[in-house]
Design a protein around this ligand. Sequence first.
Ligand code: ADP
Length: 271
Amino acid sequence: MNQAAPNPAQAARKTVVSLRDVGKVFSSGTLALQHLDLDIYQGEILSLLGPSGCGKSTALRIIAGLGDASSGRIVWPSGGEDHSGDVGFVFQEPTLMPWASVFDNVWLPSRLKGISRAAARDSVMQALDSVGLHAFAEAYPRELSGGMRMRVSIARAMVTRPKLLLMDEPFAALDEITRQKLNDDLMRIQHELGWTVVFVTHSVFESVYISDRIVVMAARPGRAFAELRVDATRPRSPEFRTSAAYVDHCRQASATLTAAIGRAAETIDGH
Ligand code: ADP
């Protein structure tokens, strides 16, 4: 892992979206983000890692167009104004409609675009196939485990084939084994389909395991504190979790996070 070093591979890669000097002040007066610069490159998994309240969700919502920045710019090199169709969003809770089947839940984004059930059938089944739920299309959310419900939520986010998948602590409420399985599945699907993913987490271990890059954020005000790179090859397998390289990366990410939290504490103390 290298700290904030320019990556020659990235220089040649296309940027999906960039944040330039983004700030966010809520009406309550909370300064949630200040001077945030972020480039998201095509085909990468980028984690935003930081303590609670450092603005990770706020940054993700601004990229998704679910909230406005108070200052700064969001730059989509593809141009245009409305980028809602470019983005899929996965929340910490699966937020499924309990009265609708798995198929109908995954169909929802296409339905909102006016695509009929029949016309959406192939793309819905393909998305369910990718997350291993092909056989559960007619099941209802109550019949599924927490991990399966999260898979449905991922299928729903990917069904319209967005350029960018934004995931806000998607696996935080799951047990450790399920979480590790979903980390592996996410990496497999991302690798197969060439997705670009921004993943919010407060877990050092999860961020190192899945990411190409980690932006460590600090709070009060929310900002990027440091950038780390995880150079391990893909596809990564569970063996990576027990490798010396993984332990080294975790140690460095953990030390950086501790420094980021320490710096925020100094800000509170007025130093
Ligand atoms: P994180 O995702 O890193 O936990 P958030 O982006 O949720 O952080 O929040 C950043 C800061 O903004 C926190 O201090 C939080 O309390 C505040 N905040 C978030 N959403 C709102 C809101 N809708 N209104 C007022 N303050 C908010």
